[in-house]
Design a protein around this ligand. Structure first.
Ligand SMILES: *[C@@H]1O[C@H](CO)[C@@H](O)[C@H](O)[C@H]1NC(C)=O
Ligand SMILES: *[C@@H]1O[C@H](CO)[C@@H](O)[C@H](O)[C@H]1NC(C)=O
Length: 370
């Protein structure tokens, strides 16, 4: 979408330039023999037609290409986004828990052969909500879980006990070389093809039973990671801005919360941010649903355990723990204090207990791979 928009603004520029050249030619051509009035009228009509067309185009794009902003009327109000009074949160959000498995004894690994919460063959629609800077490698367990033929092919290619080629362990590579319609479970579909991992926000798909799969991250850690990753989402072109300055840009905080509520992570302008109303209770409710699986980046092993108790299969020590982008975690010190209270922190505090309740039910609490 970004490409389209920038292409459109290039077009706009080109057209405006043309208009200026026309004007210039008209001014410089006063002595020409062509009827002046006709040309002036023509220029007037053309320029105004162009303006109207551009306005139409802008409105059209706004309404049709940014559905997240339009369709969420109830999410928007006059109240300010930042430092808004905390929404009251019911800590007792109900959630669906995976079935228990016998706890791991001191010598034995968890028994992943017990029935999972969901029969993976019944999963037909997958929404991978890839939140920036939370762990794009989460696609690997997803893909290999629901596309077991692809995993078998990769394993066969390298031979028993060998590492799968690391060059293959990327979402784009896998999707290109193992087209889901051929390699995944019958009738399985990833939303947002050909790029399911392009940071799409949550959207409803009426009449379709879909599963949302994501990992969330400690909000401060995520902000720090975005800061270190070229100030991701920053409006300023200042590559030297401090962490303090970065997180105070109005679009930067609450990215995960926004995405759960159907907004882009951070592409809003100032006006949109001011008009945005983030309903923390709704975001808690949404991730508690039985068809919303979430893990937590900092708790990867437990997340992988829970994922397999939810959808079946066992923890795969290679693909489930493969990390394509190893980042550094937040250094101790002042950074945490730089982050003011905001809604995503409040939301995150409320969803950790949901995660832990799910872990506990699945005997995945404190899981570490054998
Ligand atoms: C950032 O700092 C470096 C080193 O001080 C300087 O060379 C560079 O021009 C600065 N960049 C910006 C965008 O201010
Ligand atoms: C926020 O969401 C909750 C849960 O869905 C709902 O009951 C409440 O009315 C919403 N609040 C606002 C202000 O929209």
């Amino acid at each position: 979408m970004r490409i389209k928009i920038s292409r459109s603004s290039n077009k706009t520029t080109a057209r405006v330039n043309q208009g200026q050249q026309l004007t210039g030619a008209r001014n410089g051509n006063n002595g020409s023999t062509q009827p002046e009035g006709t040309r002036r009228v023509c220029g007037f009509v053309c320029t105004h037609f162009l303006c109207a067309f551009l306005v139409f185009l802008a409105c059209y794009r706004w309404k049709h290409l940014l559905p997240g902003y339009e369709s969420e009327g109830s999410q928007w109000s006059k109240s300010k986004l930042s430092n808004e009074a905390a929404t009251s949160v019911s800590a007792t959000a109900t959630t669906t828990l995976p079935p228990a498995v016998p706890p791991a004894s001191s010598s034995k690994a968890l028994d992943f052969s017990a029935p999972s919460l969901v029969d993976p063959s019944t999963v037909k629609r997958i929404f991978w909500m890839h939140v920036p800077k939370t762990g794009g490698s989460f696609f690997l367990p997803i893909f290999f879980q629901f596309c077991p033929k692809a995993l078998a092919a990769e394993r066969a290619a390298v031979g028993p006990g060998q590492q799968i080629d690391k060059e293959h362990l990327f979402d784009q590579w896998l999707l290109k070389n193992y087209p889901p319609e051929k390699w995944c479970n019958k009738n399985l579909m990833f939303y947002n093809m050909p790029c399911p991992g392009c940071h799409h926000h949550y959207s409803e798909h009426p009449n379709e039973e879909f599963f949302s799969l994501t990992v969330f991250r400690d909000p401060t850690e995520r902000l720090w990671s975005g800061y270190r990753y070229n100030r991701q989402g920053s409006w300023q072109s200042d590559s030297n801005s401090t962490f303090y300055e970065f997180i105070r840009e109005p679009n930067i905080m609450n990215c995960q919360l926004k995405m759960v509520l159907g907004h882009d992570c951070c592409k809003q302008n100032r006006q949109q941010i001011e008009n945005m109303r983030l309903n923390v209770s709704l975001a808690i409710e949404r991730v508690s649903q039985p068809r919303f699986f979430f893990g937590i980046t900092e708790r990867w092993a437990e997340t992988m355990c829970l994922f397999h108790r939810w959808f079946g299969g066992e923890v795969l020590s290679d693909v489930d723990f493969h990390n394509n982008r190893k980042g550094r975690t937040l250094p101790p010190g002042k950074y945490r204090d730089d982050v003011p209270p905001h809604q995503e922190l409040e939301w995150f505090e409320a969803i950790v207990p949901i995660f832990e309740a799910r872990l506990k039910a699945a005997n995945c609490l404190a899981y570490s791979p054998p």
